[in-house]
Design a protein around this ligand. Structure first.
Ligand code: G1P
Length: 292
């Protein structure tokens, strides 16, 4: 079995749900406490054993490349001022993984964005981490959970959690058939953004996948689906229907949808309450608010 060392982060979306913050700035660079949200995702991947990451970008996304690059001026200044702790924090960012970039030249959907990574991934199994979803689990990062599950079953994996029935229409939703273990289920269907009535369950894909490289053959054949976009969900379903092994894994961790305003606020408050520098003051501040 091939070791999983590669990952793709699609980050080409326009971020319309958090405009105007994303007018001239990628949504993946919006800050959660003291780091852009994308850095949390890259760190999750690195802590999971991923060494090579492709970020699929688009127009206006240059600050992403700058962020993960070596910053000579800044590092030199921090060195001169003897700000060693900060220097280490900054320096780590440019050396934690090999990061490659490809542009999604046409906004044709998530499936199309993933297909852009084909020359880089080849036929290897790889992780997909969507730029909108931060999942917090300091003991067992979610990508690592998926990799361990892949090593157990040798199957492609859709990372899921149960969502409220009102929310199923925001996600790709699986139809579970039999339990393989406490957190893993075999599936027979995968529907992109179904209505409440059509939803085959409440088990929704929340932004993490581990897929066999065969997915690219399917993506090449996938026509525009829901919303007129080439959907990753449709390609995974076809792969499943062709008899390839695909399972759903209910990952452990708290997920934040940072592609919308409330998700961003929640992430900032909760990560602020975990951060050593901010937790004391933030807790007191929140307690002092007279909310009605
Ligand atoms: C995408 C996928 C969807 C998945 C969701 C997770 O949708 O198409 O299947 O459930 O991400 O966040 P998007 O949120 O990009 O519309």
């Amino acid at each position: 079995m091939k070791k999983v060392t590669k990952a793709v982060i699609p980050a080409a979306g326009l971020g319309t749900r958090v405009l105007p913050a994303t007018k001239a700035q990628p949504k993946e660079m919006l800050v959660i406490v003291d780091k852009p949200s994308l850095q949390y995702i890259v760190e999750e991947l690195v802590e999971s054993g991923i060494t090579d990451i492709v970020i699929v970008t688009g127009r206006n996304k240059n600050s992403i490349e700058d962020h993960f690059d070596f910053s000579y001026e800044l590092e030199n200044t921090l060195q001169k001022e003897n700000k060693i702790e900060l220097l280490e924090k900054v320096d780590k960012i440019s050396s934690m993984a090999n990061i490659f970039y490809v542009r999604q030249n046409h906004p044709l959907g998530l499936g199309h964005a993933i297909l852009k990574a084909k020359p880089f991934i080849g036929d290897e199994p790889f992780v997909i981490a969507l730029g909108d979803d931060i999942v917090y689990n300091p003991e067992r990062p979610v990508a690592k959970q998926l990799i361990e599950n892949y090593e157990k079953y040798g199957a492609s994996i859709v990372g899921c959690q149960e969502v409220a029935l009102e929310d199923v229409s925001k996600y790709g939703v699986v139809k579970p058939t039999e339990n393989l273990d406490e957190n893993t289920v075999a599936i027979s269907d995968f529907v992109e953004k179904p209505s409440k009535e059509e939803a085959p369950s409440r088990l929704a894909c929340l932004g993490r996948y581990l897929l066999d490289g065969k997915i690219f053959d399917y993506l090449e054949e996938t026509k525009a689906g829901k919303g007129g976009e080439i959907q990753l969900t449709d390609a995974i379903l076809k792969m499943l229907q062709d008899g390839e092994k695909v399972v759903a894994y209910e990952f452990q961790g708290k997920r934040y949808d940072i592609g919308n305003k409330f998700g961003l606020l929640k992430a900032n408050i909760e990560f602020g309450l975990k951060n050593d520098e901010t937790k004391g003051e933030l807790k007191n501040y929140l307690k002092s608010l007279k909310l009605d």
